[in-house]
Design a protein around this ligand. Structure first.
Ligand SMILES: NC(=O)c1ccc[n+]([C@@H]2O[C@H](COP(=O)([O-])OP(=O)(O)OC[C@H]3O[C@@H](n4cnc5c(N)ncnc54)[C@H](OP(=O)(O)O)[C@@H]3O)[C@@H](O)[C@H]2O)c1
Length: 338
């Protein structure tokens, strides 16, 4: 009988998650029924949303998340042994599924690692694609695009799509190594937000202001940009607010420790800004469009990818916490080495 190792969430996060919030257990998987597949997980994703989407997850449940897997046995005609799939598998080394949540990774170009279906050619890449091209529309050549969290899974793709579309790309990230990486993949300006003054550096890099602000960070950063740096008719894609996710008590947007107040309305009116939040699932029926555009740019060498890979399923909690603290350049991935 097939077995799986599974990480359950056993404690509510308070501030940054800790390794004690998770418990590693071994489970026997039920024999396959008609319509089911057995999958072995190859790569697992650790993402910021896991920090905030588990607020209501019953304790003792498997931790949520996407993974790439190989089908090892199939009683479902839609899948055959050897197929590479991705989907909401959770933190598990193996699983039985009816296949409804699994998608074949047929969009990956030859020669790229299968893990790209979790990053540049996966949910983060699609988030960058729709957030920039739909939420920040109309994006024109020459527009100045600003992205924070720029060296991460979503941010690096945002900057590179901006360049593909003929825009000026400005990125902020949390280390000098990340700044060098951003310059190496074509960002026009890149800054270490821990070292520079945001207002000063942005005034120099974009003296005429920002047309499109892709906000992954929220908080003070977003406040400063929206108050002082948006051009008339500027667009803001509110993609995430990672600067707030680990504040105690840590319930994201319902967190009582987030300062109250609304200083932005005046400038939103005066500069006629459009600020729009979005969640990638809004675009589910257009995933094929994003997948093929992103894959084509990867094939043409216009869209570079980088991963921060941690070996060993047992290191899932460590990798998750490290990602939240900024250890990754590019997509944070865990490789199941079993
Ligand atoms: N709306 C959607 O559907 C959707 C989908 C996917 C992702 N997102 C959001 O997009 C953002 C980026 O996600 P991702 O998957 O690409 O993660 P990521 O950027 O690969 O990893 C998280 C990064 O956040 C940065 N960070 C952590 N604490 C920070 C702070 N206090 N201030 C500024 N930066 C901080 C760290 O980089 P530094 O070293 O630069 O600090 C870290 O590497 C997140 O806010 C996430 O929730 C939204």
């Amino acid at each position: 009988m097939a077995k799986a190792r599974v990480f359950n969430m056993v404690k509510r996060f308070s501030g940054y998650p800790t390794e004690e919030d998770f418990q590693l257990v071994e489970q026997e998987l039920k024999p396959l029924q008609d319509g089911e597949v057995l999958g072995k997980t190859l790569y697992l994703s650790v993402d910021p949303y896991m920090r905030i989407f588990v607020v209501d997850l019953p304790l003792g449940s498997p931790m949520i998340g996407e993974a790439v897997a190989r089908i090892v046995e199939s009683k479902n005609p839609a899948f055959k042994k050897g197929d590479i799939v991705y989907g909401a598998i959770g933190w598990k080394t193996a699983f039985v599924s009816d296949g409804k949540d699994l998608t074949k990774a047929t969009h990956l170009p030859a020669g790229v690692p299968e893990s790209l279906a979790l990053g540049t050619l996966g949910m983060p890449g699609r988030t960058a694609y729709f957030g920039l091209l739909d939420i920040c529309k109309p994006l024109k050549s020459g527009d100045v695009v600003l992205v924070n969290g720029a060296a991460g899974a979503v941010g690096n793709v945002v900057g590179q799509i901006a360049k593909i579309k003929g825009c000026v790309a400005i990125g902020y990230a949390g280390s000098d190594e990340k700044v060098e990486y951003l310059k190496s993949i074509g960002f026009d300006h890149a800054f270490n937000y821990k070292k520079v003054d945001l207002h000063e550096s942005l005034s120099k890099a974009a003296p005429d202001g920002i047309n499109a602000f892709y906000d992954n960070v929220g908080g003070d950063f977003a406040d400063t940009v929206i108050l002082y740096h948006m051009k008339q008719f500027g667009r803001v894609a509110s993609c995430g607010s990672i600067s707030q996710y680990n504040l105690k008590p840590g319930t994201g947007d319902k967190d009582l420790s987030v300062p109250k107040g609304a200083r932005l309305q005046g400038v939103i009116v005066k500069q006629q800004l459009k600020i729009e939040g979005f969640i990638i699932y809004r675009f589910t029926d257009r995933y094929d469009e994003a997948n093929s555009a992103l894959a084509q740019w990867v094939k043409e060498g216009k869209l570079k990818w980088r991963e921060h890979v941690t070996d060993g399923f047992e290191n899932m909690p460590k990798a998750f916490i490290a990602m939240l603290k900024g250890a990754n350049i590019g997509k944070a991935i865990v490789k199941n080495t079993e």
